[in-house]
Design a protein around this ligand. Sequence first.
Ligand code: DGT
Ligand code: CA
Ligand code: CA
Ligand code: ZN
Length: 595
Amino acid sequence: MRVAGAVAGLMENRDLARIFSEIADILEIQEGNPFRIRSFRRAAQIIRDLSFNGAHASQEEPEKLRSISGIGEGTISKIREIAETGRSQEFEDLKREIPPSLLTLLELQNLGPKKIRLLWKTLNISTIDELEKAAREEQVRSLPGMGGKSEAKILKAIEAHRLLQGRFRLDDGIEVCQGLMDYLRLKVKVKRIAAAGSVRRRRETVGDIDILVTCESSAEVIDAFTGYSDVKEVLAKGDTKASVVLSRGLQADLRVLEDESFGASLQYFTGSQAHNVALRERAKRMGYKISEYGLFRLDNGGEKDPPEKVAGESEEDIYRLLKLSLIPPELRENRGEIQKAETGRLPDLIKLGDIRGDLHMHTKATDGRNTIQEMAAAGIQAGYQYIAITDHSKALAMARGLDEKRLLDQIEEIDRVASQISEIHILKGIEVDILSEGELDLSDEVLSRLDVVIASVHSRFNLSRKEMTLRICRALENPNVNILAHPTGRLLTRRAPYPVDLEQVIKTARENRVCLEINAYPARLDLSDVHCRMACDQGALISINSDSHNLQMLRYIEYGVFTARRGWLEAKDVINTFPLEELTRVLKKEEYGER
Ligand code: DGT
Ligand code: CA
Ligand code: CA
Ligand code: ZN
């Protein structure tokens, strides 16, 4: 499911959402009305995750938006204004009231609107460079509530920010890339078209988009590409190649190819570079030369003979001639895949269709947007055999987390809903906070009544590696815990993982028959590919969960599957591919796969 707005010249949801969240940011820096700020933030979140184009709906089918809780008439008319005029007057006015670079400061960890306002009003700081200078010159410590420690933290945050910059979330990369390819298919006669690079490998973040195409007229396709509505700048435009900058700075490269070398180019430009280097070595050892134009045999006689091209049209041929089984793009990172492909022992990677249910989602009882019934209906729609309702616990006051009493009420409510629905099984669960010493936020007595207990760290990220490891391991030793959610707490392009000894965590999880989550939300993808392979190698089981806060978000499970595939996982490693009976035995800790 995707949202191709740009093909129709419409604003994409992520750009629409960005306007809403930046309005909230500016209002917050200006100490505006907290109620309005919250409502803009909520709208931004909902719009970003819509499964249809919000701009289009605001004009043609506003009822579709009206039916979503958290979206009011004010929001709908603002979306319509943006859809019709390409901008929001309120946003334009607000942007004139502050230096625009202040919004970039918000991307720094631990620096909220209040502090930014203070820095701006007292030290006239509005850019990251100015902030860095002030922190180095020890000017920041003179401000109320700040000290030498705050300066050190700011410098660390700036360093982290520079590392994370310039990369984009995979879902943005895939959606922009597919929007662009759909547009090219509509606009010109293309023969073959494909995404290559990190988008095809489903890497968790992408640096730029790479598209390959064969067609009748390369001039026509290059013109169409550089004329795309979302293009902000044309960086290069040649006969067979062009590069553009799209909105928000994401770059795209287009290469026009001949049919006879399409497969070779697809192989070459899919990468990764490390995989290609290893493949080239292998080719050389076998008497071949490999390039973006094809696979050439070098041993066909004397030096004067031109090398003979033996493959190029299809990627399969290239791997086959190199005596390898076709390596799925997700594995092409030179992490041992070539050796496995040599002997036909590549893993039988998990597929989206293997997923039988989703074990982590929220409802209106806390910070979700939909009811239990609605989530169940969405689960049926997704073809699931089961879902688990796992709202937050009371420590998360912001999310109106459940205390024991409200959780008991919810258990009854789930029984009531379940008695009316036969198509899907609803498991009773909780996402319980891990408190600072590793205690859980709800009593064992109540936790023991649930089918599935997910434990999460949502606070005190600044512990030492040792303290954090102890804290998490202690929680995993609680016999009620089934799944450790988002084990490193990272937010892609925004927040680094907290320091933690994952090997110790994985070991403790396995010993206690606890599963580790791949949180599929595209900003998390936590565990990462490398870590889930590590967990699986050490004998731990994985659960791929959407952590949905509304029914539109269930579709993100796919991103968890991408990460799992990059982590070499098979269906048997992932508990929510199991039939309900088997899953139940794992949740009761009677079994732990075959491990
Ligand atoms: P990204 O864009 O940073 O997320 O990562 P990629 O993998 O998409 O990298 P990109 O766009 O620079 O290049 C696409 C692919 O082209 C890359 O994965 C491998 C191939 N490639 C590019 N430059 C070289 C090179 O100098 N040597 C080799 N062997 N391959 C290259
Ligand atoms: Ca790329
Ligand atoms: Ca590129
Ligand atoms: Zn959650």
